[in-house]
Write a protein that binds this ligand. Structure first.
Ligand SMILES: [Fe+2]
Length: 198
């Protein structure tokens, strides 16, 4: 008899926020207001898109209050599920990324945080997914080039998380991710954030 077990999992949590339409309308209005006030934004992992500056503390804004509660509740829930029951979590300053056609985000992770997350405000049909990358680069040194190669959780090097409006995604801050060039005509609007453990 042969037995196999899986270890060292990499969790990616998804939560659809009920009644997101009104929330997203407020957040979209906020994103566009901040973009109008600071059209240049800042450059981080974004290429071609607008990224809000850290000078604005979105945590303090009324439009964000409802989502902040959802994020903190979900973060506590998933942390407990990972074995960190009752962990103290502090939300860092969130930021918006507004991506027109052709914009992308290079592969990166978020050092010095525990969890990272993204909440989707505008997702026109055909929007780019959120792409996660296998955090085990050592695997690349010994992956056989088999003609019978199949894409399975054991062989894949990346995972496309299909996004939709109202979706909240939480993942370990150390997990590399990227956004391929946005192909849709309308803008893709996401609010991202980090949570530190205290
Ligand atoms: Fe990121």
């Amino acid at each position: 008899m042969t037995t196999g077990t899986n270890h060292f999992p990499t969790p990616i949590f998804q939560h659809d926020v009920p009644g997101f339409e009104a929330l997203n309308e407020r957040l979209y209005g906020l994103a566009k207001r901040l973009q109008a006030e600071d059209p240049n934004g800042v450059r981080r992992s974004n290429y071609g898109g607008w990224h809000s500056a850290e000078t604005v503390d979105i945590r303090e804004l009324l439009e964000f209050a409802e989502l902040k509660q959802v994020i903190m509740n979900e973060a506590a829930f998933v942390s407990a599920g990972m074995g960190f029951e009752g962990l103290g979590l502090v939300l860092s300053k969130p930021w918006f990324v507004v991506s027109p056609a052709g914009a992308m985000n290079a592969r990166h992770c978020h050092p010095r945080s525990f969890l990272s997350g993204a909440y989707y405000v505008k997702v026109p049909p055909g929007s780019s997914p959120l792409c996660f990358h296998d955090p085990r680069p050592v695997k690349l040194h010994a992956t056989p080039a088999s003609p019978q190669f199949k894409t399975t959780p054991y062989t894949t090097e990346s995972l496309n998380c299909q996004i939709r409006e109202g979706l909240l995604v939480l993942f370990p801050a150390w997990l590399d991710h990227s956004v391929p060039p946005h192909q849709a005509e309308g803008e893709r609007v996401v609010l991202s954030f980090n949570l530190a453990a205290v």
